[in-house]
Write a protein that binds this ligand. Sequence first.
Ligand SMILES: [Zn+2]
Length: 219
Amino acid sequence: MPIWLMSSYINAALRRLVATRADYLCEYCLIHEEDTFFGCEIDHIISEKHGGETDAENLAYACAFCNRSKGSDVGSHVQRTGAFVRFFNPRTDLWADHFAIDGVTIIALSDVGAVTAQILDFNNSERLFERQALQVIGRLSKRGRCHSHGKTHLTLRRQRDVRTVIVDGETLVDDGKYLRLNEEELLEKVQAKGEQIWDSVPKWHWTGKSIDEVVLPVV
Ligand SMILES: [Zn+2]
């Protein structure tokens, strides 16, 4: 095998399969690749270092943050017992068996969930903020699935230490500075708008609609 075709080589067709199978969501934290500045990457569920192969059943779609945090680890020690427990496996585990979303926090429902949430750092302050922003535009559901389509009222961009937040066309944060609100007030506003959106979900009649017909209401 030529050097450039070592086991870690993932061809375009395999990349496409992994991405479409995941609906373009990180299979760990469920963020959509369009919503994360650094995009998503192909993750070896069992790292090559630990004998994992480069085939579809050992690959997952992961945002850069989850993928980099996971590194080549395959599990970690549970704080409660000290026992070594494997990470969540998107190919064989159901997300909802191991995690749930409480507000914008991903909580663990099992030891597998606990070590995964801890090492992949699901709930650091930056990611909580990001999830709150996504909740506003209905791209984060209470069931822990992200809606991958819908009219976007909010733009969230991150570039190095620069962060811009625009809600319904109004710039609230620009160049990392809060223009109109302090952070606490902003989070409250984001949270309140998120709840308004979710309160109106039953009125949307998602069932039977095509993706193009599903547009988030302006609240
Ligand atoms: Zn992720």
